[in-house]
Design a binder for this molecule. Structure first.
Ligand code: IVH
Length: 676
């Protein structure tokens, strides 16, 4: 069947548009159109090509996923060997590197280095001939790698054809294929939900995804690619410096690191290392250090190579995020709502600068899946301020004495039955406030800063009060605690005792939203407590509300409505509330404004950079004032809150002339309830 001229033209137009949008999205990080519009164009092209198969070209954006799975990967010999890098694990080693090079090059001034993050993925060589991607190979042993072309073609940030002109006839670019952390988390969540084994880290996930014989599987994985070097080039070098050559790549449609920078001498390297280190966990992808390369290619050539690595480059590594240690015991922690969490007690181990003695094991299912036994050597991973995790056990090092962990049937704190929760994975103590562990947690929550905010009433003190059976419920804080009684406790002076009693008195004057949050109803966080207070305006109406009435509250779904209803139906909870009111807790009934009267109603804020408090906390406070908190800056953004080291969002906000608030201004806004 012949292809009508107009259809052929339409296909060309669609391809050009799709390529352009892809380029803006992946290379410039500046999307021009919404995803839905992009999908529509791609769909139209697919339909057109299905109707007229003659229109299909190998580099059409529809041809990323090849036809059939492979039997095995073929081998590809690298025209230019793929080398490894020397490591510097300390400032001292970096200093030695710079001194060695300065001596060899016999230069007076500081050496200029091209610096960029060391991505934690896998190295790849892409070969373009006449601007068309013809081959993609893994590093392998450096001389010979595996042909993963089919799979690499599915990665959206890898162009199938180079843009514009001026590229060499043969262009081999080298870079890293990696999995951004957001995609990694999502992938693992899906794996867990389907009862599959999750990946240990983004690097394993990237490697596992690329080494799939069926490219349709790879196409489903959120992989990305960034260039940092070259292989074979026809016509020789592209520029006089490494950084200038790399900076040619984006115009041809190839991504480079937005962090690429030239720095001068050892001091410049050290500053860069510090700076990237401080943003390490905000980058959105995992890095294990930074790479410094002598920028001048003439100097590179004169330095040459030692064994398998260039003399002119070095990886300054961060301390490892994973370490091995022995699992001494598995304890069970009972949370505020009775949820039982197994916690690994570890032989102390330093992970990336912090001594770790505990790590979470999440639940019994996880212990079973990872086959964790007491006495095992386990790999502990800590990323940023995330709670340390037990990644896996080292089975080869398992001692014969290692014992399997058995989940008890009764609460370790109060002996009540443990019951399986909703999805059957979480175990919960059925003891409620009879359970001292839950009682402690409930009282801590009640007194916490964002609940009734009883200043000075710390966790240790509450533990003591519950253990000594002085206080058994939040109401008893008000009924039983006197300066005399408190002063008689361990580590408690007369002055602090008085202060705590004064703080208790002060906390009685509160708001309905705070009070509701303080009750610790399951799934009712600050934002929901606020919505409930706004919707009902008083406690009586809420307490007697049937599930249907609760469902009318914004943000309240069936599960939360059920929890709220069940909570207020419980005679015990009704007694606790009555006792609290009798103790003098009060709020004004008129103080709660309607949602559209909140000070930040209709305002959209975006948070970026490093802030000194958890984002979730700030977000909830802003929402409680009626604001919307969004993830990306657009024309609709009213304020951008920029912490330290804010990056592209800050730039965009400036471009769009969005008001930028620093942390001080933010705190002001929160304190004054909406006046920036
Ligand atoms: S340059 C001859 N730059 O690190 C120099 N490598 O240990 C070749 N890597 O296999 C490497 N980010 O997978 C270079 N910005 C970067 C890098 C980087 C990650 C990896 C690469 C290589 C390994 C070397």
């Amino acid at each position: 069947m012949g292809v009508p001229q107009t259809e052929s033209e339409r296909a060309q137009t669609l391809r050009a548009k799709i390529d352009r949008y892809n380029y803006h999205y992946y290379v410039l990080d500046d999307p021009l159109i919404p995803d839905s519009e992009f999908d529509r164009l791609l769909y139209e092209l697919q339909q057109l090509e299905a109707r007229y198969p003659d229109l299909v070209t190998p580099d059409s954006p529809t041809q990323r996923v090849g036809a059939k799975p492979l039997e095995a990967f073929a081998q590809i010999a690298h025209k230019v060997p793929m080398l490894s890098l020397g490591n510097a694990l300390s400032d001292r080693e970096l200093e030695d590197f710079d001194r060695r090079l300065t001596e060899r090059l016999e230069v007076a001034g500081p050496i200029v280095y091209a610096a960029e993050p060391k991505l934690d993925g896998l190295a790849i060589n892409l070969r373009y001939e006449s601007g068309v991607l013809v081959e993609a190979a893994t590093r392998g042993d450096g001389m010979q790698g595996e042909d993963v072309t089919q799979n690499v073609r599915t990665i959206p940030s890898v162009p199938l054809r180079l843009r514009e002109s001026g590229w060499p006839d043969v262009l081999e670019v080298r870079g890293e294929i990696y999995m951004p952390t957001a995609g990694f988390s999502k992938l693992n969540e899906t794996a867990l939900a389907n009862g599959e084994k999750p990946f240990a880290n983004p690097r394993n996930a990237a490697a596992g995804s690329l080494r799939q014989l069926d490219p349709r599987v790879t196409a489903q994985r959120p992989l990305a690619f960034v260039c940092y070097g070259f292989g074979e080039l026809s016509g020789g070098e592209l520029a006089a410096t490494h950084s200038a050559a790399i900076r040619l790549l984006p115009r041809w449609g190839l991504r480079i690191s937005p962090e690429l920078k030239c720095v001068a001498g050892l001091a410049g390297c050290q500053q860069y290392f510090q700076e990237i280190g401080s943003r390490r966990y905000q980058l959105g992808y995992e890095i294990d250090g930074v790479v410094f390369k002598v920028d001048d290619l003439q100097q590179q050539r004169s330095l040459g190579f030692v064994s398998r690595a260039p003399r002119w480059a070095i990886a300054r590594k961060f301390p490892a995020q994973e370490e091995m240690t022995r699992l001494l015991a598995i304890d069970l922690q009972v949370g505020r709502t009775g949820a039982i969490t197994p916690v690994a007690r570890l032989e102390p181990v330093n992970v990336a600068g912090v001594t770790v003695t505990n790590a979470t094991l999440h639940n019994a299912e996880e212990i079973r899946r990872k086959d964790v036994r007491v006495g095992d050597m386990v790999i502990i991973r800590r990323a940023g301020d995330v709670i340390p995790q037990v990644v896996r056990v080292a089975p080869d090092l398992r001692p014969t004495s290692a014992t399997e962990f058995e989940m008890p049937t009764h609460c370790p704190e109060c002996g009540s039955d443990l019951i399986k929760d909703g999805d059957g994975v979480v175990l919960r103590c059925s003891g409620g406030l009879f359970c001292p562990a839950q009682r402690k947690e409930a009282i801590k929550h009640f007194a916490s800063r964002r609940a009734l905010d009883v200043e000075g009433l710390g966790d240790k003190l509450i533990d003591q009060l519950v253990e000594k059976r002085v206080v058994e419920s939040p109401a008893e804080l008000y009924l039983k605690l006197t300066p005399e009684l408190l002063a008689g406790l361990e580590r408690m002076g007369e002055k602090s005792a008085n202060n705590i009693c004064a703080a208790l008195e002060k906390s009685k004057e509160t708001t309905l939203a705070r009070f509701l949050y303080a009750l610790g109803i399951r799934e009712v966080g600050e934002a929901t407590a606020h919505s409930l207070a706004l919707h009902f305006g008083n406690l009586e109406g809420l307490m007697s509300a049937p599930v249907e009435a609760l469902l009318e509250v914004p943000d309240v779904g069936p599960i939360v409505a059920e929890h709220i209803h069940a909570f207020f139906q419980q005679p015990h909870n009704q007694e606790v509330i009555a006792a609290l009111l009798a103790a003098g807790i009060r709020w004004s009934e008129v103080e709660t404004p309607r949602a559209d009267q909140l000070p930040l109603a209709g305002k959209t804020l975006v948070l970026t950079g490093t802030l000194s408090r958890p984002r979730a906390e700030i977000k909830e406070q802003l929402q409680a004032l009626g604001a919307k908190v969004s993830g990306s800056v657009s024309g609709k953004t009213d304020y951008l809150v920029a912490g330290t080291d804010a990056g592209s969002k800050l730039e965009k906000a400036k471009k769009l002339e969005v008001t930028v608030l620093d942390e001080e201004a933010l705190e002001n806004l929160l304190r004054t309830g909406g006046q920036p």
